[in-house]
Every structure is written in C-alpha cells, then in structure tokens.
Write a protein of this length. Structure first.
Length: 561
C-alpha cells in the first residue's frame, strides 16, 4: 500500500513485533521470548506504571480518569441512553488496561467458551481453554481440585472481607434461595461468594507486573516507546509497522509476524488504517483496500451496569474513609506496609445468578461494595451506604468501531448501540428488582436504611426504564471487534489460530477476537487468550484438553435459583 513511505528504511527489526503492552501484549512478550530463540519487539505509546495511583489498589478510580494513563475515548451519543456520551477508558500505559482496571478476576463461564467453539472458533471450547487459565495463574484461596493454577505469573487472591456487609450480601443471597459458591472461578460459577482480585502483596498485579517487567532483562526482548500508525504490507504479507516518534515517521520490520494487541478499540482502528476492513467504509475514508473484511470494527459488545445504593444505619461503611485525613492515613499505611484499606479494590463479594428458569448458566453479575460511591469517586449521598453493581452479561445489542478519518492520530468513532435490543430492558428491570429483593433479606435488617438510588419511588416499568436511560454506565468491558471464527465466515476477522483472514503474517490476540462477550470482567479471559495465542504463534501443540466438568444448576429448567 502506498503512503509515500516506501523509501523509509526500517529503524529496528525483530522476529515478532507486538503492538501494545497491555494484558495480551505483556503475555505474548513473555511467552514468545521465553525460549530465547526469537527476537521480540514490543511497541508501546504509554509511559511508566510506577506511580502509587496505579500500584495502590484502592486508588483505582484515579488512573482511569487521568489523561496520563487513559486514551480518553468516549462514545458517540447513545440514542437509547438519552444521547449520553459514555466514557470508554483504555489504558495508555505499560500494562494497558490491566494497569487502570478494577482488578477483578473472572475467568468466565465454561459455556461461554463452548459457545465460541460452536460459533466457529474451533479449539476454543472450555476443555481447550481451561489449561491456559491454569497455566496463567497462581491461585490463593481458590477451590482445590477445580483446575486452579499453582505456579503461573498472575497472582489471584481474595480480599480480607473484614467488613460485615460483605458477609451480609452472601447470606442475603442464600436467604433469597440462591446458590453459594466457594469459588466462582472453579467449577461452580453460579452463586454468591468471595470476589477474586489481581492483587499481590498489597499491589495491583497487572499483566505488566506479572508477565512483562520480570522478563524485560532478556536479551531477545525490547520495548520501544512510539505511536503505532499502521501495519506495513508487501503484497498481502505484513512485514512491519509504521510508527511515529515525535514528529518523525519511521518503520520497524517483523521478520516473522506482526501481532496486534492494541485493545478492542485501537486494534480495529489500526486494521482499517492498514487497509483491512469493510471495503465501503475504507474507500469512504480514503484508505486503499487490501482485504475486504466486513467484520472489522463490527460485533462490538460491552457490559452495562447500574449501581443500586442503600443507606446504611451503622457507621461501618467506607463512606467514613473519604475525608482527607482518612485518605492520608490509608495512603501512608499502604506506602509503608502495603496493608490496610489501600491494599484492596474493595470488591470482595460477588454473585453470578440466572435471570429466569430456562437459562442454563448465569447471565447476571453482581459486584458488592461497602460504600455508596461512583467510579469517578463522587459520593451521591451524605452519610453511610452500600451498593451492588448489577447488569446482564449477554446483551444482544451490538455496536461498531469506525474511522473518523484516515489520520492515524484521530480517535475512532465508537457506537455501542447500548440497549438497542428489547430483551436488554427486561433484563435490566429484573436486575434492579432482584437487587432490591436481596437487600430486603433478613441478613441486611441490622444495616438497611432508605434506598438511595434508584429510590423507593421508582417502581413501574416506565419509571425503571427512565432510570436506566439516565444512569446505566459501562462496566468498561469492550470486546468483539475482530471476531474469531471459521475462515469461510465473512464476518470473522481472525481464524482459530488468531491469523487475520485474507492476509499473511498478521495476528490479533486481544479481546477484539472474542466472538461473544464472556461472563464477568474480561481481564482474566484476555490473559488466557494471549496465553493460548502465543502457543499458536510459536506453532506449539496446544496444551492437553481438560476433562473437568463445570457445575450446571440441576434446577435450571424450572427455576432461576
């Protein structure tokens, strides 16, 4: 493809050039350079992750609101959400979004991956991916004999759950007739139980801390600070990446392959700028078409959620810790000892439940917090409170990523089309009513004050819908924009070995390739995906399939609990 750059020499070369040092890129950098036989170059635009606002778990609301660490993307006006523009944070820092996320660890449900396999991503069933989850992690407190890892780079643990509200939430779920689970990342996802965190020794255990930084001393691994513009092709073969450093445009060569791990927002943007994408859109943007792949930038999915907030009659919530003096004390405890409230993300209890009879595995997730507060750190009410984040896991709504122009520096146009499927409305209304039912159980009697939001006056379907339109927020789990599928599926972008269909020498290994969104927070599944993709890139035989059987509720056909 001609950009008038043919005469630029390659300033660096490597066997594998990885774009992005996030969850997927960090894993691939570690795995592809592991045996010392391959030269690996990682391209990263963001800077260091060393600041306490990233490393201190309780400070999680800061980095995702800082232009230093976040790309600052936002959606186009969302028509079903009162035309609001929603934030779409993505990490612009070493470790990518794993350095600014909420540190919640969820693998997803076994049936999520069976669905991938059935929809054309052959070899990505639960039996295939389970060994890669296991290879990735060292589990602290997970259920024994349920496929949890013991010696992987990613430390996964649980919070101390010292606040009695964490236990009240689980007990209330039990009182409402739901299951309890010892380990939702083991064989039984369904139920109420402890939430798992990517926190180790009091620090955020990002993909950078787990995978990338420990291996940067390898002689065959380098990291380069630059802006990746587009993939360079000779004919249909990817041979490198065009980059910008300051106002200079340069090129780096990939002797074997270019590996895109730039996020479900930036990866499709880069593919389209490189001539791989929906032909009509590329022509409209003035980009020469190399491979017409209509699925690039399509199939965009996310999890939406609401905060259901309740006043607390006892002064035990974290609302008392939001003052400057308390924050200073928490900060000091963490800085010197890596202990105290600063060492947790405060997401310490969770639940996965089914919305109705006939749904065979969970489709609603709860995060419980012993504080009434928003992601941006603002508290909505004076006094004490607690909240549950609730949302449906498998929305049928689909959106798009499109180029705003052919200028590499322009942010893409992001349209999730949230709530565009009517089932989403029924699912959300059910989620609100179900949360109220759980907060109404005896376990909360000694703590329960007035409902803060939506507020007890919001009851009818129409009132709930108004509330959803105004208050639904993204859980920041975008994925699906370069979906994996069969090579003859015209909407698939990569094949089951993560190779971009229609070209050579190019792979995508991040959450872009998810055919359908998984159950829960995506970071765990993103890391697994890159673990497995790394074996495909190296031409290794995949790990032996798991024979573990996931638990399915025996009452699923007749009851939601």
């Amino acid at each position: 493809m001609s950009h008038g750059l043919e005469n630029l020499e390659f300033v660096q070369e490597a066997d594998y050039v990885i774009v992005g040092s996030g969850s997927a890129g960090s894993v691939a950098a570690a795995r592809l350079s592991q045996d010392g036989k391959h030269d690996v170059l990682v391209l990263e635009y963001g800077g260091t992750d060393m600041g306490p606002l990233i490393q201190m778990p309780a400070a999680l609301s800061y980095p995702m609101n800082m232009s230093l660490y976040d790309w600052g993307f936002g959606t186009e006006p969302e028509p079903n959400l009162n035309n609001r523009n929603l934030a779409t944070p993505r990490g612009k820092v070493i470790g990518g979004s794993s350095s600014i996320n909420g540190m919640v660890y969820v693998r997803g449900h076994a049936k999520d991956f069976d669905h991938w396999d059935e929809s054309g991503a052959k070899g990505w069933s639960y039996a295939d991916v389970q060994p890669y989850f296991q290879r990735a992690e060292t589990s602290h407190g997970g259920a024994e004999g349920e496929g949890r890892g013991t010696d992987g780079p990613l430390h996964v643990g649980r919070g101390p759950r010292e606040n009695p509200l964490f236990h009240a939430f689980v007990k209330a779920g039990q009182q409402a007739g739901f299951e309890v689970t010892e380990d939702y990342n083991g064989l039984k996802q369904e139920g109420f139980g402890a939430m798992e965190q990517t926190i180790h020794k009091g620090r955020r255990w990002s993909a950078a801390n787990a995978y990338l930084k420990p291996v940067l001393k390898r002689e065959n691994l380098r990291m380069m600070s630059c802006f990746a513009n587009r993939v360079i092709f000779e004919g249909k073969k990817a041979v490198g990446v065009e980059i910008s450093r300051g106002d200079r445009v340069e090129r780096v060569r990939a002797r074997k392959e270019v590996v895109l791990a730039a996020s479900s927002i930036n990866t499709p943007k880069m593919l389209m700028l490189s001539g791989v994408g929906p032909a009509d859109h590329l022509k409209e943007m003035g980009v020469e078409v190399l491979a017409d792949r209509p699925g690039v930038g399509g199939n965009l999915q996310d999890h939406l959620e609401l905060y259901i907030q309740q006043a607390c009659t006892q002064p035990i919530t974290l609302n008392s810790k939001l003052g400057l003096f308390s924050k200073a004390w928490i900060g000091a405890q963490w800085l010197f000892f890596k202990t105290g409230l600063g060492a947790s993300n405060q997401f310490e209890s969770a639940a996965f439940v089914r919305s109705k009879a006939g749904v065979d595995y969970p489709d609603i997730q709860f995060h419980f917090l012993p504080v009434a507060i928003r992601y941006d750190g603002t508290a909505p009410a004076e006094g004490h409170g607690f909240q549950a984040h609730v949302g449906p896991m498998r929305s049928k709504s689909r959106g798009t990523i499109r180029l705003a122009s052919n200028n590499v520096k322009d942010s893409p146009k992001i349209r999730f089309n949230y709530m565009s499927h009517e089932d989403d409305w029924a699912d959300f209304r059910h989620g609100i009513r179900l949360t109220r039912e759980i907060f109404g159980q005896a376990a909360f009697d000694e703590f329960r004050g007035q409902e803060i939001s939506p507020g007890s006056h919001v009851q009818t379907d129409a009132q709930l819908d108004d509330y959803i339109r105004e208050h639904a927020e993204s859980a920041y789990h975008p994925c699906g924009t370069a979906k994996m599928g069969a090579a003859d599926d015209k909407m698939a972008v990569v094949d089951p070995e993560c190779r971009v269909i229609g070209v050579e020498g190019l792979r995508v290994i991040d959450t872009s390739i998810f055919p359908r969104i998984t159950n829960g927070n995506l970071n765990g599944a993103a890391i697994m995906t890159a673990e497995k993709a790394s074996d495909h890139i190296l031409g290794k035989t995949p790990l032996p399939k798991s024979n573990l059987e996931p638990w399915i509720n025996p009452r699923w056909e007749t009851s939601d609990r």
